[in-house]
Design a protein around this ligand. Structure first.
Ligand code: GNR
Ligand code: NI
Length: 176
């Protein structure tokens, strides 16, 4: 198992559309395990393959309090949705930025598990929010795309500033 590097906004590779998974082989199983490890190591509640530069329709989730309920969705599709909710979202690919996004309240999802077995599931609340957030990643979409262009520009500037400051900290460490 290994933790993988997470791409960060505005990396253009985050805009790639994922292709369906076709073989449910050992390689897929290893990718699933690495994604679960990467998500848990980063304290995320979800991770889409797009974020680790693998452009296949695969996402993992763990929205449990104890962080001991790993879920895997291969080739997920929303079959129905109802209502709406607004949630403060964050993203491992947009670190340190939080913003409110409106999404469906209840969704019904059809997907395959890591062995290719088809299942259907109903989700609500944060579970539904996270699934929709991850399925957006698989289409090359980020939660900051729901913000106004002005706000998105502010997000870019804030990320640039955060990155410059962390580089300065590293540089100071090497002098001292
Ligand atoms: O860890 C995450 N938290 C989160 C909080 C509110 C709404 C969505 C999310 S998903 C995010 C992990 C991530 O970036 N997944 O793509
Ligand atoms: Ni995300």
């Amino acid at each position: 198992m290994a933790t993988l590097e997470i791409l960060e906004f505005p990396d253009p590779r985050l805009r790639t559309r994922a292709a369906p998974v076709e073989s449910f082989d050992q390689e897929l199983g290893e990718l699933v395990d690495d994604m679960l490890e990467t998500m848990h190591a980063a304290n995320g509640i979800g991770l889409a393959a797009t974020q680790i530069n693998r452009h296949v329709r695969l996402l993992v989730l763990d929205v449990s309090e104890e962080r001991n309920d790993p879920r895997v969705y291969v080739n997920p599709e929303i079959v129905s949705e109802e209502g709406s909710q607004v949630c403060e979202e964050g993203c491992l690919s947009v670190p340190g930025i939080y913003a409110s996004v409106k999404r469906a309240e209840n969704i019904r999802v059809r997907a395959q598990d890591r062995h290719g077995i088809v299942f259907e599931e109903e989700a609500e609340g944060i579970h539904a929010v996270c699934l929709q957030h991850e399925m957006d990643h698989l289409q090359g979409k980020l939660f900051v795309d729901y913000l106004s262009p002005l706000k998105r520009q502010m997000v870019k500037k804030k990320l640039d500033k955060q990155r410059r400051q962390s580089e300065q900290t590293v540089a100071a460490g090497s002098i001292l």
